[in-house]
Design a protein. Sequence first.
Length: 284
Amino acid sequence: MEIHEFWRIVDQARDDSGVTAGPFDEAEVAEALVARLMMLSPNEILGFDDLLGEVIGQLDNPRVALACQLITGFLSDDLFSSFRAGLVGLGRHTVEQIIADPDCLAEHPVVIDIAAGRCERKSLDGESLLFAASSAYARISDGDEDAFWHAVDARREAMGSGGLVRPAGESGADDAEPVREGLPRLSALLPPGHWASESQPARPAPQADPDERCPLCGGALRAHSVESSSRREDGTFLTREFRRCLDCSRVVERFKHADSWDGWRESDPVELDHLVGIRFLLNQ
């Protein structure tokens, strides 16, 4: 599938859902997109999903991550992926503008409505759009929800995909603070702390794990941990566990080989800066 065909299908789904003439509704666009994809062959559905990944990849940068944080009041790997899929639902012209300058979102009607409280702040959470291809594939496969993923694996093997397969949602976004000045209009419309007035559940005090110690200072590690898995070329998964030290505040990690874990070691600070969701969850 070529990119112009990809956008033609997206635009048709937008027309079918009525969002071109009325309020934006991600769920309606997603359902219309699934219906359109069901008219295609299985290979064409896979091709569409490949191109969706490419477009979402073009939106993977620190300024778009900051836009996600300002608009939704939250940032994690999963939400950042869904947010970028939601941007795709706004259409080709808007996506091309965002790629050129994410600050243009400050002038988009959906974002203006979110800031004014006329739309929910998760209106651009496009999780249904992100998985539209898998939903369509399942429906033409008698409801087999695994059929799409089996087809994706077979397609990668046939294409000779090598190296690690990047997990969905593992963004390249850096901290929001250094790039805030790069989104002046959006920061003015939705200043940091805009959502702070909303009631938030009280956070429990972090608990220490009595059986694990920091290899750097010997202090206690938090009982709460975050895991991340990457699929290797041979189909096996490399699993990493991250924890924060309650004494020195540094993040340590360990790898799982077969069914056993190796020892703790300090995480690479540069790499950690690119793991938005892990960094966020470790601070909860």
